[in-house]
Design a protein around this ligand. Structure first.
Ligand SMILES: *Cc1c(COP(=O)(O)O)cnc(C)c1O
Length: 366
């Protein structure tokens, strides 16, 4: 059905550098040790001390009253939307938003709301675009109930929303009686890149969440934050969807470990992404914008090949990247890739690009 580089053909060389996603990191030995030592209890009865500690810490970090531990970021988005909205409601988000493109139609299936995709560069929309998209309430128009943003904007290229713009977006939404949601899957990448504290970025957002399975390197878990009332209502959906857990302290311990040890080091991922981008810029036929965080998107259109064909050629050389469009490839840096991995990846990308460039010359001659 779709191109999947993750199941290599028999005889394919082993993966040498995995730039597919920051979701593919493995827990470090220190993280595993922290998990083994975790105090645990029945999470859904509120009796898991490690989960409770994680939620308290996240609420403080995000500047909210309360927080709830969930198995995944997708469940954070889906529950937040289900709490904020009901059937027939309309949500405004960027046209490339994860909630619109990558959650299996969950918003339609679970809430029965529709997402209206806004335009804008880099996965972001301007406050003016939002303002212009808002319609007057009427009997025929769907009720506009929520505005959602992504920090960082994944398909937008891992771009960072300017904090003032975030606040303007929230003000406009609230002025029109709408709620605000922030998909903060990679929020701490934005924090580390800018030095701006999470609670400053999230001010004005009625719900926000952080994923622990991206650059933070935990095996499982995300935390959704908001007011006490919002989190109470989120708990109802957590229970209904089967997201209420038992001895989840083991997983919360990996998240706490990540907060203690894997946040500052996101700067290394950003430096590796920049180094990769600088190398890619020198390769004829490849074009890209400089990355702002750990996601490097590039186009292979100038090589007269497609993203799936290019990704396959790289896979045959032991380099894993993801396909994000007909000609768009994404390489993602994370804690399992170091500077020497970037060098190796660049060597192989150069060789693959040369192969496609050669093929083009031969095709022209023939
Ligand atoms: C990964 C991601 C999600 C979903 O998180 P999961 O933990 O994979 O369910 C949502 N939004 C964005 C922007 C993401 O990158």
């Amino acid at each position: 059905m779709t191109y999947t580089p993750l199941r290599p053909a028999p005889g394919a060389p082993p993966v040498r550098v995995n730039l597919y996603s920051d979701t593919q990191t493995r827990p470090t030995p220190a993280m595993k040790a922290a998990m083994m030592e975790a105090e645990m209890g029945d999470e859904q009865s509120g009796l898991d001390p490690t989960v409770n500690a994680l939620c308290d810490r996240m609420a403080a970090l995000m500047g909210t009253e309360a927080a709830v531990f969930l198995p995944s970021g997708t469940m954070c988005n889906q529950i937040a939307i289900r709490v904020h909205c009901t059937q027939g409601d309309a949500i405004l988000a960027h046209r490339t938003a994860h909630i619109l493109t990558s959650e299996g139609g969950g918003v339609g299936a679970l809430t029965g709301a529709q997402i209206m995709g806004l335009d804008g560069e880099g996965g972001q929309f301007a406050p003016e675009t939002l303002e212009a998209a808002i319609w007057q309430p009427s009997r025929n128009a769907p009720p506009l109930t929520l505005v959602s943003v992504e920090q960082t904007a994944n398909l937008g290229g891992g771009t960072i929303w300017n904090t003032n713009t975030l606040h303007r977006v929230a003000d406009i939404a609230h002025a029109h009686g709408m709620k605000t949601h922030m998909d903060g899957a990679r929020l701490l990448n934005a924090t580390v890149a800018t030095g701006i504290a999470p609670h400053e970025m999230t001010a004005g957002y009625d719900s926000v969440w952080l994923d622990f399975t991206k650059g933070l390197g935990a095996p499982l878990g995300a935390v959704l934050c908001g007011t006490t009332d919002f989190i109470d209502r989120a708990w109802r959906w957590k229970q209904r969807l089967g997201g209420a857990l038992r001895q989840a302290g083991m997983n919360a311990a990996s998240c706490l470990h990540a907060l203690d040890h894997h946040v500052e080091r996101l700067a290394d991922d950003h430096a590796n992404a920049s180094a990769l981008a600088r190398g890619l810029q020198q390769i004829e036929g490849i074009t890209l914008d400089a990355p702002e965080t750990n996601l490097v998107f590039f186009s292979v259109e100038g090589l007269h090949t497609t993203a799936p064909a290019f990704a396959k050629a790289l896979r045959d050389r032991g380099i894993l990247v993801s396909v994000m469009g007909p000609h768009r490839v994404r390489a993602c840096t994370h804690l399992d890739v170091d500077a020497s991995g970037i060098d190796l990846a660049l060597t192989e990308i150069r060789a693959a690009a040369a192969h496609f460039a050669d093929r083009k010359i031969h095709a022209t001659v023939a």
